[in-house]
Ligand binder design. Structure first.
Ligand code: XMP
Length: 511
């Protein structure tokens, strides 16, 4: 048994394939997503402890449906088929799949055989989440049916000796309340794992890998203040100590206290060699008079890269560059066809033409797993739970001219907003919450005198992945405190407005 050998999830185009891998990881067993047409040799090479065949939108009987190499069942590796995965398993092993009448979609009552391996400890009748038209109509040799529903006489099946199991329903979604338990039975009882893929294990494993990769060479890492680059840097530092140098470019568009926190955490607390580049003047100079959002992003991105290159040239003989690439980036890379809405350069990103090898210690982790590793490494809560913050920073939250004065106004308003959102316990409940400074002024009255000042716009959104978002329903009394404090405490502001647009059609940021 080894915590580093994964359960591979073969993706047949399911909406939920990624979720299957995540649920298995929640059982502290490593799980990785691979395309359904991965070759049997490649599977053998990757040496998994188990295989999951995901669901998918096709019917196994239609021409061109994603096929399964039956040789996979001769590897002697445990297999769990889910929905389409169950049907392709049945078909590949000589069973039959067809229409049994109506399909089943949504919450469905299911009756299970409690002595089936996947169902140990699961109540005999309960609900599960179904989404299928076809069903297994004849079991392959040696299998027995282990569950049934009104629409699917064979809602689950198993062949215990061959360690082959399958369910028609979706154990990975929360509408199957005992689903995680079933995935855990598969991982533990069928695949023989014991849930030792923990944050500490990930740290030990990555430290060993980084040492093997880097040897005694020098490594460079750009810190953004965000959790990904921070955890990546700490892992590398744990592995190779002072061979690592971090570069932190302060472009002057960070939030209140952010630069200080990076310096305090990395320079003082963890004693990571840190180059803190104070480039505020340089950025503000380049941005003077620029109001076009795309132009701003371009200028900030390019200046960042130039500065990073200058700094890395100062450090002799660097061979590796640390990147905080996440597993979600790895899965999605190549599959993205979305139109360019805004040019999302990642400040902290890689200059294309740098001749450095990449060191990516987070490549196997989802964001929440990165956070758990950060906690295990003793990173401060504020950094671990930081909301996403765009690379160009406050620069794309100031509409119009970016000046020192306007940055100060926005920074102070944002500080008040964050303080109140945190105090009310909302910081971790929303995806992002922040202030925006538009380029208009409006009339107000303060202490009997007319004012003509900027408004501040409050933007708070809930989201799963930033692709879509909804405006957060912050309580009125919280909004009232934010408004009162910003108007009282931030000079130059006489009004607070709330953005109640979702994405789409709005975007999260204003530029
Ligand atoms: P939008 O405004 O496109 O933002 O709805 C979606 C998410 O991306 C973040 N964002 C950025 N992140 N560099 C980044 O690293 C950027 O240039 C950038 N622009 C937007 C934004 O904060 C939100 O979470």
């Amino acid at each position: 048994m080894s915590a580093d050998r994964p359960i591979l999830v073969l993706d047949f185009g399911a909406q939920y394939a990624q979720l299957i891998a995540r649920r298995i990881r929640e059982c502290r067993v490593l799980s990785e997503l691979v395309p359904h047409d991965i070759s049997v040799e490649e599977i053998r090479r990757r040496d998994p402890v188990g295989i999951v065949l995901s669901g998918g939108p096709a019917s196994v009987n239609e021409p061109g449906a994603p096929a399964l190499d039956a040789g996979l069942f001769d590897l002697g590796i445990p297999v769990l088929g889910i929905c389409y995965g169950m049907q392709s398993m049945a078909q590949a092993l000589g069973g039959e799949v067809g229409r049994t009448g109506t399909g089943e979609f949504g919450k469905t009552e299911i009756e299970i055989q409690s002595d089936a391996v996947l169902f140990h400890g699961v109540p005999a009748t309960h609900t599960c989440w179904m989404s299928h038209n076809d069903s297994v109509t004849r079991l392959p040799d040696g299998f027995r049916a282990t569950a049934s529903t009104a629409g699917a006489p064979t809602a689950a099946m198993e062949h215990v000796e061959r360690r082959l199991h399958a369910v028609q329903f979706h154990p990975e979604v929360m509408h199957t309340p005992m689903g995680t338990e079933m995935l855990e039975r598969f991982a533990y009882e069928v695949c023989g794992q014991d849930g030792t893929w923990t944050p500490q294990h990930v740290i030990d494993e990555q430290v060993a890998r980084i040492r093997a990769q880097v040897g005694d060479q020098k490594v460079l890492c750009a810190l953004s203040g965000g959790v990904d680059s921070a955890v990546a840097a700490l892992l590398v530092h744990k592995a190779v100590g002072d061979q690592l140098t971090c570069v932190f470019v302060d472009h002057g568009m960070l939030r209140e206290g952010e630069a200080e926190q990076v310096v305090e955490t990395f320079g003082n607390h963890y004693k990571v060699p840190l180059v803190h580049v104070q480039a505020q003047d340089r950025f503000l100079g380049l941005l003077a008079g620029v109001t076009d959002p795309e132009q701003k992003r371009k200028i900030i991105g390019e200046a960042f890269i130039r500065i990073f290159e200058e700094e890395s040239r100062r450090l002799d003989g660097v061979k590796f560059l640390v990147q905080g690439t996440l597993y979600s980036d790895v899965i999605e890379s190549g599959s993205k066809t979305a139109a360019k809405i805004k040019s999302h350069h990642n400040v902290g990103g890689l200059p294309d033409d740098m001749d450095l090898e990449l060191c990516e210690p987070l490549r196997l982790l989802f964001k929440d797993e990165v956070r758990r590793v950060g906690i295990e490494l003793g990173m401060p809560d504020r950094m671990v739970w930081r909301q996403p913050f765009p690379g160009p920073g406050l620069g794309i939250r100031i509409i119009g001219d970016i000046t020192r004065e306007r940055l100060d106004i926005l920074r102070r308003a944002d500080f008040v907003l964050q303080e109140e959102v945190r105090a009310a316990g909302w910081y971790n409940q929303v995806w992002q919450s922040f202030a925006v400074l538009p380029c208009i002024k409006s009339v107000g009255v303060m202490g009997d005198a007319r004012t003509y000042e900027y408004p501040i716009i409050v933007r708070a959104v809930t989201s799963e992945d930033a692709m879509t978002a909804d405006w957060a329903r912050l309580p009125y009394d919280l909004l009232e405190r934010i408004s009162t404090r910003i108007i009282n405490e931030v000079q130059g502001v006489n009004r607070v407005a709330l953005d109640i647009s979702s994405k789409p059609p709005g975007t999260i940021e204003w530029e």
